[in-house]
Design a protein. Structure first.
Length: 288
């Protein structure tokens, strides 16, 4: 049976003898057939991570019963775990400014069911430019302008909307605003950002033009979780594309945007399929 029809069990704890066995033995005891399993034992931070996609052999499977039976086993290892149903769809809020390439890509995948099992209840922007795109997809669009003086009130409204819509994941699809430390702390671990990855590190206005002026030979993008370190949160996935002297600044922008949209969609897919684990300032990504 395909993995998107499976239940997904994900867990992490300290590295202790018997962690794999307690999970797989429990599955076998309760007639839960394992379709896919990945695990990782981090010898540096002494952490254990596991993801199991499974399907019940019978028709009487109940998530609450699973939890009641497994929790005593989890307690032995101080294990945190989650269980995701086959029909679960993460509720995702997208935040965007004026660039539409990442938003367009996510909405296309959402509309066509292309590798993204999500719902998008709302889009939030500090500009009105992309409202028509949201309306075409019949998604509520909240235009929340921001200035230095209105920033606290604007971020308070964002938090209110995220709670009102019961959002599971926030995606910054080129939302070109630096968030306050309080907002970063609020979103820590459940908001994904995308930004360019150029070497050397070109910051500020027109980074691709800066890269062209230095003869850059690659452009790339990084998707990461938000924290209070600007563009330096735990990395989920990255991508690169070779370029050369024949690429003018506008070509670098085009290639960079292509990489950004693919990398962001991949990060969202990994997150919603429960393949990403936070381990301090790093991530563990159990890919299929």
């Amino acid at each position: 049976m395909p993995n998107n029809k499976s239940w997904v069990f994900a867990a992490q704890c300290d590295s202790i003898l018997g962690t794999v066995d307690v999970c797989t033995h429990f599955m076998a005891q309760n007639c839960l057939y394992i379709d896919e399993i990945q695990s990782f034992d981090d010898k540096t931070d002494v952490g254990f991570f596991i993801r199991i996609a499974f399907r019940p052999e019978g028709d009487d499977f109940d998530a609450a019963t699973f939890g009641a039976l497994f929790q005593p086993q989890a307690d032995r290892f101080n294990m945190t775990w989650s269980l995701t149903a086959p029909d679960h769809r993460e509720r995702v809020a997208i935040m965007v400014s004026k660039y539409d390439h990442c938003l367009n890509d996510l909405l296309y995948r959402y509309r066509t069911g292309n590798m993204l099992d999500i719902e998008i209840p709302l889009i939030i922007s500090n500009h009105p430019d992309l409202q028509g795109l949201a309306e075409w997809h019949d998604i509520p669009y909240y235009h929340l302008p921001i200035s230095k003086d209105t920033k606290p009130a604007q971020e308070a409204k964002i938090r209110e909307l995220l709670e009102q819509y019961d959002i599971d994941l926030v995606v910054l699809a080129r939302y070109m605003q630096v968030m306050s430390p309080a907002m970063c702390e609020y979103l820590d671990g459940w908001a994904i950002n995308i930004h360019h990855s150029l070497l050397p590190g070109f910051k500020g206005a027109k980074p691709y033009h800066q890269a062209w002026a230095k003869g850059a030979k690659m452009v790339g993008a990084t998707a990461h979780y938000i924290n209070n370190d600007l563009d330096e949160g735990p990395i989920i996935t990255q991508g690169i594309q070779d370029v050369d002297h024949t690429f003018y600044p506008e070509d670098l922008v085009r290639v960079g945007q292509d990489v950004e949209r693919v990398v962001l969609a991949k990060a969202v897919r990994l997150h919603v399929s429960k393949r990403v684990f936070l381990s301090g300032g790093r991530t563990v990504v159990l890919k299929g």
